[in-house]
Design a binder for this molecule. Sequence first.
Ligand SMILES: NC(=O)c1ccc[n+]([C@@H]2O[C@H](COP(=O)([O-])OP(=O)(O)OC[C@H]3O[C@@H](n4cnc5c(N)ncnc54)[C@H](O)[C@@H]3O)[C@@H](O)[C@H]2O)c1
Length: 300
Amino acid sequence: MDQTLRYDGRVVIVTGAGGGLGRQHALMFASRGAKVVVNDLGGDAKGCGASAAAADSVVEEIRALGGEAVASRTSVEDGPGIVQTAIEAFGTVDVVINNAGILRDVSFHKMTDEDWSLVQRVHLNGTRSVTQAAWPILRDKCYGRIVMTTSAAAIYGNFGQANYAAAKLGILGLANALAEEGRSKNILVNTIAPAAASRLTETASFADFMNNLRPEAVSPLVGWLAHERYNDTKGLFEVGAGYIAQLRWERSQGHCFGAARQFTVDDVAERWESIVDFSSPEHPSTLAESLTAISRALSV
Ligand SMILES: NC(=O)c1ccc[n+]([C@@H]2O[C@H](COP(=O)([O-])OP(=O)(O)OC[C@H]3O[C@@H](n4cnc5c(N)ncnc54)[C@H](O)[C@@H]3O)[C@@H](O)[C@H]2O)c1
């Protein structure tokens, strides 16, 4: 198999690497020379319980294949602890793959405080905690590759996943901000929205469809986004079943009433067709590019 792109000398943290997608990411990095921190709390799909076996078994698997790995059995809420494991075992961190996740699907009117907060804690707070603990190290060495994991269920919306959607788009917002903060320090932050069979998809309404999607088909994109040769940031990608595509924001041409002119609800209704007309769209990719439309409006 072609192994031109390798990670020799790189230290990679993969969270939630005891199973599913994270395990495949960890195996892929280790098979290409990375030193891997296999983090996993080892609880169930709803975030209950804990077991050292999840992280330990993947570390054993990697070592049996001749790779280098160390187990981190703590929750992603303890980012400093996970980064400390990397430092103690391998001396540094180069790559963070934020992948750990749970589901507590329930319709919004039945969602408890715990359903809401546990999902925020694992996904959004966990991603923040691990990334922020690694951040000063990456800044100091002027090198870092961070891959975040969001979800199509959050990007497009899905019934019964308000907690998950909020957390997963929170992660995308975090990625967008960190991409800007990391740019000058060669810390690149990109996000994937994967689709693959795992224990999280076993109970989904479309489980039969998902059954055929191999988790290992997601890892090659993660590997590329985490490689030193990859040099773009703030990307968002859908990936699954051997398909990879990039997403971006699209803005309609819109209508400009003019900054100085008074206008009413009736004016908005009258101009609605042109406000939502996507026939000649724009694709702003930064706040500055976004504000060009507002500054055009100011001059009208
Ligand atoms: N499978 C899909 O189609 C799909 C779709 C969209 C997004 N995702 C996302 O991909 C990621 C991986 O999910 P998966 O499908 O491989 O599911 P999975 O359940 O197989 O893997 C998630 C792993 O995270 C671990 N984990 C959970 N809470 C943790 C915590 N607090 N600390 C450390 N580890 C913890 C679990 O033990 C598990 O091993 C998740 O973030 C998930 O939301 C998956």
